[in-house]
Design a protein around this ligand. Structure first.
Ligand code: NAD
Length: 489
């Protein structure tokens, strides 16, 4: 486990010598300390990234050359997958098989963007002009120095969604993982080094968001901020970035609906509802936390959901068979439990769940099902970011769509129906950036990811994820010998 920052290709002690404890959320034990970077470290990291961009080889290499290093990084993640997965579980709490999925996806993300880096080579788009005296073309170039700020729910995967496309584009960068889960992000420094990434191209600073995160966002030498996290911090970042007109992309929260029609298969519906809200302990931005069920199916579905939720095996993520681990930390644990209490105070009924029983240590919350949450209650409107789902019956398709879209968020939405035409119609009516039909949550590196409304700005993943790190340049050439005619007639 790393205890130093990664700046300019060197492992470096934080300037102020500060550290943060790393707590295992299943046991509440402090098992490590990570370095806490401050403004001076942000300055050194940005300076290194700037120099690497302005003078170094990385943006000047061909896409194919960069792709080779990205693929070596993918291999580096795969080679260390068992070790990284254990770190992720001890840091974040998630069950080991889920950590293994995440890391396989993270490696796949580096491979995918290696392919897109190769496609950038020689990419020139001729622009047909009506005026025959000129020819024009568009080319794309890296944005410059990117700061990537990521949350704790998928530590290395969220980092990879930003690092892989930024590097593929030819940017240099500073990565700031969440203070709760920095272990695997720091390991990425070692993986990059082994893969042959030139010094200064990827710098990694663990530390507090309000200190080092804010310093990166405020730094005038940073060209682009890519942020995933909460709405309030996203809004603050947007305001700070406005001063220098920095490029920004924001992946924020959600309160995603799942509309289940009465002609759905009950077993399949229960399975996808459970996966949609309980995997990763519900700490998923796209979690389908509002489930709207057609009244004809409502009672049967509620009964089955409660029955199945109560069977979920809760425990330490390293324990074989665990399906639901602890929440990431004490703050999140207190926050989710107070949300459940408030939901009941505001009129919701607790069908099952709340504080998990039988644990002396650890931040365990049982799979929680709420019914009758009023439409203006916090449980129905606010992101809880825990294993808590609200169920509500509906009578007509129009009502379901209206309720689904009645949110300030617009990250994801799901619909299940035996009628494909209806499912497609509802999918088209959702005001959300990610829509699932007959399932909830499957995520693909090739497909765009991001939200409408207050769920964010821009898209990650796929070719859209690469666009975040590219500028488009127009190059126009005069090909006529005729005078222009402004003063020589
Ligand atoms: P958060 O906003 O508290 O923190 C996210 C990151 O921002 C952390 O690295 C943190 O240190 C940093 N940060 C905090 N204050 C900062 C500041 N002033 N300047 C710069 N950086 C700062 O969010 P979180 O609690 O870590 O994550 C949970 C949130 O993330 C949820 O709202 C969730 O929906 C969202 N999320 C969204 C997506 C998505 O793709 N849309 C994915 C995962 C998580």
């Amino acid at each position: 486990m790393r205890s130093e920052l990664y700046i300019d290709g060197r492992w470096t002690a934080p300037a102020q010598g500060e550290t943060l404890p790393v707590v295992n959320p299943a046991t509440e034990e402090v098992f490590h300390h990570i370095p806490a970077a401050t403004e001076a470290d942000a300055e050194a990291a940005v300076r290194a990234a700037r120099r690497a961009f302005d003078e170094g080889p990385w943006p000047r290499m061909t896409g194919a050359e960069r792709a080779k290093i990205l693929r070596a990084m993918a291999e580096g993640i795969r080679a260390r997958l068992p070790e990284l997965a254990r770190l992720e579980v001890m840091d974040n709490g998630k069950p080991l098989p889920e950590a293994e999925w995440d890391l396989a996806d993270a490696a796949g993300c580096f491979d995918f963007y290696a392919g897109l880096a190769e496609e950038l080579d020689g990419e020139v788009e001729p622009i047909p002009l009506a005026d025959g005296r000129f020819t024009s073309k568009a080319v794309r170039e890296p944005v410059g120095v990117a700061a990537a700020i990521v949350p704790w729910n998928y530590p290395l995967l969220m980092a990879s969604w930003k690092v892989a496309p930024a590097l593929a584009a030819g940017c240099t960068m500073v990565l700031k993982p969440a203070e709760a889960t920095s272990l695997t992000a720091l390991e990425l420094g070692a993986i990059a080094e082994e893969a042959g990434l030139p010094p200064g191209v990827l710098n990694i600073l663990s530390g507090k968001g309000s200190v080092v995160g804010q310093a990166l966002v405020d730094h005038p030498q940073v060209d682009k901020v890519a942020f995933t996290g909460s709405g309030p911090v996203g809004s603050r970042i947007m305001a700070s970035a406005a001063r220098d007109i920095k490029r920004i992309s924001l992946e924020l929260g959600g309160k995603s609906p799942f509309v289940v029609f009465g002609d759905s298969d009950l077993d399949r519906a229960v399975e996808w509802i459970m996966f949609g809200i309980f995997w990763n302990q519900g700490q998923v931005c796209s979690a389908t936390s509002r489930v709207l069920v057609e009244r004809s199916l409502y009672d049967r579905l509620l009964g089955r959901l409660v029955e199945e939720a109560e069977k979920i095996r809760i425990g330490d993520g390293l324990q074989p068979g665990t399906l639901l681990g602890p929440l990431v930390n004490k703050v999140q644990y207190d926050n989710v439990l107070s949300h459940i209490d408030r939901a009941v105070e505001q009129g919701a009924k607790l069908a099952t769940g709340g504080k998990a029983q039988g644990f002396n240590h650890g931040y365990f919350v049982a799979p929680t099902v709420l019914t009758d949450a009023p439409l203006d209650s916090d449980a129905w409107r606010e992101e809880i970011f825990g294993p808590v789902v609200c169920l509500r019956p509906f009578d007509t398709e129009e009502e379901a769509i209206r309720l689904a879209n009645d949110s300030r968020f617009g990250l994801a939405a799901a619909v299940m129906s035996g009628d494909d035409v209806r499912a497609e119609r509802v999918a088209a009516a959702f005001r959300a950036g990610i829509v699932w039909i007959n399932c909830s949550q499957p995520t693909f590196t090739e497909a765009p990811w991001g939200g409408y409304k207050q769920s964010g700005i821009g898209r990650e993943l796929g070719r859209w994820g690469l666009d975040n790190y590219l500028e488009t340049k127009q190059i126009t050439r005069l090909v006529s010998d005729e005078p222009w005619g402004w003063y020589i007639k």
